[in-house]
Ligand binder design. Structure first.
Ligand code: PMP
Length: 404
């Protein structure tokens, strides 16, 4: 069981006032808040061991290198990767997906296909479009129904041997749908396609077991799991990472450089050119430890309670429609009220100290599917409360009175 008072005490920002009102932070799908232990770890790194990693003989550099590599191992254990060199530090999910979309180019020919889904974030659409344009491949899309669930029959029809890679999100950021990735991975492998899972929205709620899932790539952002911005990881199976060419060239990723030829470093360094976000990488490990100390099972169970409560309370508002009503979903409620523009609701609830996101949430095709310009999105985290949801409901009602 999660002790909500104890948890809230870990997050100093929850004591802030916004527009004179206590902050109610419901924009967790965009980025999470940071517990004190994470904030302290950033300061502690710069105050005690700040140094460039991997190249120094001096003690400080070795301390920083050790901390960075220990963090990699913590993340390896967390996602159950076979080897720590299968965990690449990135600056976030977008970076992870672009790295794969670039490195995968030699394995996709003209006439082949990449298969994504109708509910992808732009960062799991555009890199694949760029790859398809580059090699002359087709981008195929798994459709969804009105609840925001992927159509598995259509998926199986689209999945021919032309498909070289399937890239889907584990959980949709605009609808909250939890996708059946186990099934998708098994089916994709049956036609010889590799699978990338965009775990940006799942990592804050679920512990991925990449070996049990048998996915080829899994990526997430540190800032959504209570870690620093500009941190993240890409898991890739060793076999793929060895085959793929590096994404960026530079220092750290080489074995030997001459003007005639460069040979590349072993994994993971081959994909980690330049000075990385050292503090970010180290503190991402701290953030994952923090989440595990609260317990992801406790987090998920508590957030499901908030989801159920929030859904029920919001639906009591006349004219309110929720987009994303899948059976299996996380604590994201995307909604509109009558014909009121989502931005107007967002602006009014903000005056009451409540942070929600409005717009297309980087999923324009999802908005096109529902024929709407955008939604108001309230995304709950494990440090939110039912009282905060009541405050949201009251402020949406107030916005409705003011605007209609
Ligand atoms: N995919 C999904 C499903 C997301 O929710 C996000 C962030 N909103 C991203 C990818 C991109 O993550 P980042 O901006 O941290 O790279």
């Amino acid at each position: 069981m999660l002790d909500i008072n104890k948890v809230r005490a870990d997050f100093p920002i929850l004591n802030e006032k916004v527009n004179g009102k206590p902050l109610v932070y419901f924009d967790n799908a965009a980025t999470s808040q940071k517990p004190q232990v994470v904030i302290d770890a950033v300061a502690n790194y710069y105050a005690t061991i700040n140094s460039n990693i991997h190249r120094g003989v001096h003690t400080l550099s070795q301390l920083a290198t050790d901390a960075y590599e220990i963090s990699r191992q913590k993340i390896q254990q967390h996602i159950n990767a076979k080897h720590s060199h299968e965990v690449l530090f990135t600056n976030g999910t977008t970076h992870g997906i672009n790295l794969v979309a670039n490195g995968f180019a030699p394995f996709v020919k003209q006439g082949d296909a990449i298969l994504i889904s109708a509910m992808e974030h732009h960062s799991n659409i555009v890199p694949w479009q760029m790859l398809c344009e580059r090699v002359g491949a087709d981008l195929l899309v798994i459709p969804m129904n009105d609840k925001g669930e992927l159509l598995m029959d259509a998926f199986e029809k689209l999945l021919t041997e032309k498909v070289k890679l399937v890239a889907v999100n584990h959980i949709s950021n605009s609808l909250g749908t939890i996708n059946p990735i186990e099934h998708i991975i098994t089916k994709a492998h049956a036609v010889g396609a590799a699978v990338l899972i965009d775990g940006a929205q799942s990592a804050p709620h679920l512990r991925p077991d990449v070996q049990a899932l048998d996915c080829d790539f899994y990526t997430f952002s540190g800032h959504k799991v209570c870690g620093p911005t500009g941190s993240g990881i890409l898991y890739g199976k060793e076999e793929w990472l060895n085959k793929m060419p590096p994404y960026q060239g530079g220092g750290e990723m080489i074995k030997e450089v001459t003007f005639e030829k460069t040979t590349y470093a072993d994994l993971p360094h081959k994909f980690e050119a330049g000075t990385p976000n050292i503090a970010g990488g180290i503190v991402l490990g701290t953030a994952i430890e923090y989440l595990n100390s609260v317990g992801l099972d406790n987090i998920m169970a508590y957030e499901q309670e908030l989801l159920e409560y929030g859904t029920k309370k919001l639906l009591e508002i006349e004219g309110l429609k929720i987009y994303g009503t899948a059976q299996n979903k996380t604590s994201v409620i995307s909604f509109n009220v009558g014909n009121i523009h989502p931005y107007d609701i967002g602006a009014i609830v903000d005056k009451m100290g409540i942070a929600v996101r409005t717009g297309h949430h980087c999923t324009q095709p999802v908005m096109d599917f529902f024929k709407i310009p955008g939604t108001v999105r309230a995304s709950f985290s494990f440090y939110n409360t039912k009282q905060e949801i009541d405050a949201l409901v009251a402020s949406v009602l107030k916005a409705q009175r003011m605007l209609s």
